[in-house]
Design a protein around this ligand. Structure first.
Ligand code: ADP
Length: 308
């Protein structure tokens, strides 16, 4: 039994926009899965269908074997969803927000209080439990959204751009928390256009563009298909540009900086051998772009709008 099984999912909006053009997707229990794509690819539409906010045009959706058309309430009970937009009553406090959500799922009050305390402590919101939401920072609000999405202990957690707008430190602490929950067995699906996020968290990535899944593969396999990587070389002293060929392509950035595209079949030793031959002294080297971003460019021949 899959955690999520989607077949030939289509959505055409009123104005005739085909947001999903026949999506097939399967996510197994325990996976940490990323749906990656540029703005307008159809990610939010897909999540909207799962959560009942968007009506699909055709196709089937099953969550732990419950069919969305047959048992929408059972599907809802299996899902925890964190949307992009904050949809709280900002005058309510944190504690009540989570406890009321538990009540909405029919959890009795003692158990609701127990779960709420655990979630607020784990997500470092315990000190803020009596604070109205409007007093919370953006990062705290996002963590509260997560607590509210998980209070009914759903086996499948869906996160739409979970770390959008968070600074690096908060992003990493949220990643750590999600990784732990996944290790405990929670199935997690996230949408992102932070490629770094998909690379750091997810064992499998599906790439969606213009309503179609272009690739669906283990992250490691996808990265293995990269045709090239780009590095930035900081030089010790100014020098002439080395000759380029098919496998190593050099460009000048400024007097002390070069960029080089390295074919995936070459090793770093090959690169340094060439640099040695041309007497170039490199002070430091770093990768230019995220590898998944380069992969996306390889696949669709362009930089995705949201992929920068
Ligand atoms: P993503 O979440 O990947 O950015 P969306 O699912 O929001 O993509 O959008 C997919 C396509 O559907 C886009 O072309 C978008 O403009 C269109 N779209 C989204 N919501 C609506 C709507 N309510 N009405 C009409 N078109 C929409």
């Amino acid at each position: 039994m899959s955690a999520l099984s989607i077949q030939q999912l289509r959505k055409t909006y009123g104005a005739g926009v085909e947001a999903l053009k026949g999506v097939d997707l399967r996510v197994e229990p325990g996976e940490f899965f990323a749906l990656l794509g540029p703005n307008g690819a159809g990610k939010s539409t897909l999540i909207g269908i799962l959560t009942g906010l968007v009506n699909k045009t055709s196709g089937t959706v099953r969550v732990f074997d419950q069919d969305l058309d047959v048992s929408p309430e059972r599907v809802k009970a299996q899902l925890g969803v964190m949307t992009q937009e904050f949809n709280f009553n900002i005058f309510e406090n944190c504690w009540n927000t989570v406890v009321f959500q538990a009540g909405y799922h029919g959890i009795e009050s003692r158990e609701a209080a127990h779960r709420t305390e655990k979630l607020l402590r784990d997500l470092e919101l315990w000190d803020k439990r009596k604070q109205p939401i409007r007093n919370l920072s953006g990062g705290m609000k996002r963590r509260l959204m997560l607590a509210r999405a998980m209070v009914h202990d759903p086996p499948l957690l869906i996160l739409d751009e979970p770390t959008a707008g968070l600074d690096i430190e908060l992003r990493r602490s949220l990643w750590d928390y999600l990784k732990k929950r996944n290790e405990d067995g929670l199935t997690i699906i996230l949408t992102t256009h932070y490629l770094e996020e998909a690379e750091a968290l997810c064992r499998r990535v599906a790439i969606i563009d213009q309503g179609l899944i272009l690739r669906d593969a283990p992250t490691r396999d996808l990265l293995g298909t990269l045709k090239r990587q780009t590095f930035i070389l900081e030089l010790q002293e100014q020098c002439a540009l080395p000759d380029s060929d098919e496998r190593l392509q050099f460009r000048v950035v400024d007097a002390l900086t070069l960029e080089v595209d390295v074919d995936h079949q070459l090793t770093m030793n090959d690169l340094f051998h060439r640099l040695d031959q041309t007497h170039i002294k490199v002070q430091s080297l770093r990768t230019k772009a995220n590898r998944l971003e380069e992969l996306f460019i390889d696949m669709v021949g362009k930089k995705g709008k949201g992929l920068s």
